[in-house]
Design a protein around this ligand. Sequence first.
Ligand SMILES: Nc1nc2c(c(=O)[nH]1)N[C@H]1C(S)=C(S)[C@@H](COP(=O)(O)OP(=O)(O)OC[C@H]3O[C@@H](n4cnc5c(=O)[nH]c(N)nc54)[C@H](O)[C@@H]3O)O[C@H]1N2
Ligand SMILES: Nc1nc2c(c(=O)[nH]1)N[C@H]1C(S)=C(S)[C@@H](COP(=O)(O)OP(=O)(O)OC[C@H]3O[C@@H](n4cnc5c(=O)[nH]c(N)nc54)[C@H](O)[C@@H]3O)O[C@H]1N2
Ligand code: SF4
Ligand SMILES: [Mo]
Length: 792
Amino acid sequence: MSGKPTSGSDTSDSSDTEKEGVAGFMSRAREQAQQGMASATESDAFASVEHAVEGVAANTMSEGRLFDVADALSDYRLNEVDVTDTTCGYCAVGCRFDVYSKDGEVLGTRPNPEKAPINGISTCVKGKFSYGFANSDDRLTQPLVKDEGEFREASWDEALSRVKEGLEGIQEEYGPDALGLVASSKATNEDNYVMQRFAREVLGTNNIDNCNRLCHAATVEGLSDTLGFGAASTGLAALEDTDCYVLVGSNTTEAHPVFGTRIKQNVRDGADLLVFDPRKTQIAEYADQFTRIEPGYDTTWINGMIRYILAEDLHDEAFIEERVDGLEKIRESVQQFTPEFVEEKAGVPPEELKSAAETIATADSCMFGWTLGLVEHSHGTDNIYAIANLALITGHVGHPKGGLSPFRGQNNVQGGGGDMGPLPNNFPGYQPVTDEENREKFADRWQMDLDQMPAEEGYRLTEMFLAADQGDLRGMFIQGENPQISEPNIGHATEVLEELEFLAVQDIFLTETAEYADVVLPATSTVESNGTYTSSSRHVQLVKRAIEPNGEAKEDWEITQALAKRFGYDWGFDSPSDIMDEIADLTPIYGGISHERLEEEGGLQWPCRSEDDHGTPYLYADEFRAVEGSEKAQMHVADAIEPGETPDEEFPLVMTSGRVLYQYHTGTMTLREEGLDAYSAESFVEINPETAAEYGVADGETVTLTSRHGTTEMRADITDRPSPGEVFVPMHYLEGGANNLTKEEPLDGPSRAPEFKVTDVEVTLENEPTDDERSPTETDSGSDERPAASDD
Ligand SMILES: Nc1nc2c(c(=O)[nH]1)N[C@H]1C(S)=C(S)[C@@H](COP(=O)(O)OP(=O)(O)OC[C@H]3O[C@@H](n4cnc5c(=O)[nH]c(N)nc54)[C@H](O)[C@@H]3O)O[C@H]1N2
Ligand SMILES: Nc1nc2c(c(=O)[nH]1)N[C@H]1C(S)=C(S)[C@@H](COP(=O)(O)OP(=O)(O)OC[C@H]3O[C@@H](n4cnc5c(=O)[nH]c(N)nc54)[C@H](O)[C@@H]3O)O[C@H]1N2
Ligand code: SF4
Ligand SMILES: [Mo]
């Protein structure tokens, strides 16, 4: 029996409440909350517990912990409980809720629909319950410095001096471009803005990047080239009210639960839902058409669909004529993607291709939603060109209820990972660093000599790890990122972290990555910070401190500002609101945004260019902005076919990797959550029953997976979610996690993002006398031994 949850438990919205097998638990819990309610009927806090209890996803929290929360609230007089409205610090859906806290501890959260434009009354299990990490005993509370291989506590003064010496030493010996900075998409916009300013102004390098590179970098690249902005064109109307959803490579109910709930509601009300994924995800069960595709072949089926639409004259001629460039080259480039070719390569039967094409082409509005299944490929940017082409030829972009909607990942990857410019190629607001006028504008505002402003694009995150290999990058400063687990190929990432001459890490925990650091700086977490996050739908929303920082931890921006001061730069920001004012001055798409307005008006969707601009619910109503001097969208040919690696005798299975509902990335927050850690606390591999039978693998058995790049063990979970011949491994774990098997190259050409979604592997059983002593590249006889496994 596997301990993995079913994906049925997603949002704690009223429509997804009661779950099987927990009825007794629920009624007892409700009873207890109602008793509390009876003694304090006016109590918001009790209402919160009531809501929490009713809505709790099955077994997500231990019964004991849930009652603790109820008890805690009933023990306190109401006026002693603090209530703070803030934005969720997990994913980019951008849910808002009130945090109930007492004596520095988060008791619970409750959405306040008046302040929650995106989620209304919904949240998911993470937003509702997963704040135990904030009070965890092993939070970093004091700076640490390493002496002779051992950490010891240090004062801020000593720790900052050590960071300065470390960075400066490398800068002086090898030049500023031997340094690499990683900014954090968990942190606020204001934190990220000062981080990129620090890289450019203080250190003099554009080597700054963040987790977007491992994520939607190809989306940003592809959408900027085609439409203008590297962001969702859609707002909430499309999400809630479109006539047709096309979901590609998105495990929506687990990774973006509240979006999942919205989509399911609209589908119940009659919208069409087409899902393209190699895995039978929960959202696929709600689909009018679920098409299982071969991992890595999205361009193939999308081009095949475009070919069919053009051949049948189902395209939107008037829209293309008026608003789109490039039809003829696209028409020519898709000719090779015949129905037979699509079926052979991508596994999509011609009837499914045809019926989906007709649904899309004839829908009044259509939202194309996608996540990493479409993106994390060695031709990820081509995949985005392809889906954008499909949306454009069917005329579904620039419509209030339709458009292109990447579901972004980290809580603030849209803002802090992109808009704020912690990027090697762009200043804030996607203003290229190589453009002379931009350099002048920023140098002028920061009162720098223009020739001190770096003029070349810097390394992308993935390139930093490759440059370190070559000795071209010697030191790193990593804020709120855990690359030892999240970078492709843990073996490679570990080598790099070990070999760096200097490493500083700023985090809320002593992470696996931080263990390699010379200095560790303690930051505040989402519930102890102030500032803004920008959601997937471009809503800029306030984040507010609900509990005081632990020990000596400081907000990320404060640490960066203090460090800049050590280098002799006095920025003089008193608050995140001050920083936002500078952002607004220099970043046209944020030109009208200020903390005062956000407080008064709620979230503002960029572009919001001036004080009287109320933001932009959806993009491209009138014009595209892909190239200067043209208002037309620019279609690009997307003719890449094969993924970076294809199965052979030695590695006959295709592994894809991703997430589960109850865990978040490298687990620093969710693996500390009592209740959540009972679910998916360790790694597993999903194997189709047919494949399991072929290999003789039993459910729950430990198996070894070996790829061309590494090897690791995990528990087998036999399920028909993956197709035969394909396996799925979550990314959340150091031991047994997917990145023990993935590769650091090849990267996607334009975006330099890794191919997390396709890795060829072989499965062996523990008792087989194979692979263990061999290095993966030498496993040449593995295929001979494989069938023997089925003897078991
Ligand atoms: N619970 C939870 N939620 C999260 C996160 C988390 O760690 N935990 N992380 C957040 C972040 S940063 C991100 S970026 C998002 C990611 O959100 P998602 O991208 O939705 O999550 P994944 O599980 O990585 O992958 C999604 C799907 O891609 C499919 N897929 C794999 N290969 C292919 C392919 O070749 N083609 C197609 N079409 N599909 C393929 C997989 O089968 C899987 O169902 O989630 C965010 N939300
Ligand atoms: N195989 C495989 N690998 C993947 C993926 C995949 O699908 N498959 N997905 C990729 C994707 S999409 C992503 S986004 C990355 C995610 O990779 P990471 O960004 O490395 O993962 P997280 O665990 O979210 O790391 C965030 C870190 O920030 C810390 N933190 C939290 N809040 C704060 C704060 O306010 N300030 C500071 N300073 N630190 C804070 C956390 O403790 C944690 O250490 O993983 C990538 N890796
Ligand atoms: S859907 Fe995302 S933003 Fe909303 S509560 Fe869950 S983790 Fe937070
Ligand atoms: Mo992500």
